[in-house]
Design a protein around this ligand. Structure first.
Ligand code: SAH
Length: 293
């Protein structure tokens, strides 16, 4: 079931009670019981401190090769050498993400293309290809690869993406993934130090189609709107109205919504005055805050 409502934002209670009443959502490819691993990053870090991947059978997945003009052409061999970062290690991570239900080959190829270890401090790099969120400082995390892939898959819906907006750049990992699947990526971060960190992480990759902004993502980027897709990497109690307004008609916004219990919400702009909302699955993200610091 989906809802059509002209009055946005929807409150959390309205979307959660729909789920309770209806169980699985029509149009969502994943049942509500699929739960993204909580981004309890410190616990993840401790749990995986051996650097070994979790004991899960790893399936071979076929990953479509992409014309990664924006990213892989820019990556120098020195960024991609060393045992940690071999194709194989990343391929195993991508296989685990595919096993959890991500099917979009373009998204899996993007995950394969981005060297996640380059977004972590060196002490944490050995855990980069564990499918878990990890600390990046300032009480924030790099998102779990599964949830990054799932959100991009939902936003893409199998179609080419033009201009996309990410709220919550963090260390820049998801922006790099988006740069492979979208023509233009705009990303906003409210913590100055993380905005700088993302710039430093992305600079050596020389990705031409990412624009980083320091500011409050709840306001969006009206000057660059409309966007074909919007992704929020932090959870609010509702999706900010400004972001719904900056979505192109036909565009898709994916956001975690809620406090302790969060759900991944998809909002499609159906017309100038109409948005449609679906609940995809449970998730857990750091909170969305207003203002900058
Ligand atoms: N995209 C990241 C995940 C970062 S965690 C990745 O690639 O892994 C979420 C980020 O959202 C944090 O850095 C936090 O500071 C940021 N954030 C929270 N509220 C925000 C807001 N209103 N505007 C911009 N960024 C915000």
């Amino acid at each position: 079931m989906t809802t059509k409502d002209k009055r946005f934002p929807l409150t959390l209670s309205s979307v959660v009670s729909q789920k309770d009443n209806n169980g699985e959502r029509a149009g969502s490819r994943t049942v509500a019981t699929r739960t993204a691993m909580p981004q309890t990053a410190m616990r993840n870090a401790a749990h995986h401190s051996s650097g070994r991947p979790p004991h899960q059978p790893v399936q071979q997945v076929e990953i479509k090769s992409l014309n990664q003009t924006n990213l892989s052409a820019a990556l120098s061999p020195s960024l991609l050498s060393g045992p940690l970062v071999s194709e194989g290690v990343r391929r195993a991570m991508v296989a685990r993400v595919a096993q959890q239900g991500v099917k979009d080959a373009t998204v899996l190829a993007a995950l394969q293309a981005v060297p996640r270890h380059l977004f972590l401090e060196s002490g944490m790099a050995s855990q980069a290809y564990v499918d878990a969120s990890l600390p990046i400082g300032y009480h924030q995390t790099i998102s779990q690869p599964y949830i990054v892939a799932r959100m991009v898959e939902i936003m893409r819906n199998g179609k080419e993406l033009g201009r996309v907006l990410e709220i919550g750049t963090g260390c820049g990992y998801q922006a790099a993934v988006l740069s492979v699947v979208a023509k233009e990526v705009y990303s906003i971060e409210r913590i100055k130090a993380l905005h700088e960190l993302a710039k430093n992480n992305l600079r050596p990759m020389r990705i031409a189609n990412i624009r980083l902004h320091y500011g409050d993502g709840m306001i969006g980027l009206p000057k660059e709107a409309p966007f074909d897709g919007v992704i929020l990497a932090a959870a609010g109690m509702e999706v900010p109205q400004a972001l719904l307004q900056q979505l192109r008609v036909g565009g898709r916004l994916v956001a975690p919504v809620g406090g302790r219990n969060q759900v991944l919400q998809l909002i499609e702009r159906v017309s100038n005055y109409e948005w449609k909302s679906s609940i995809m699955e449970q998730c857990h993200f750091v909170p969305l805050h207003s203002g900058v610091m």
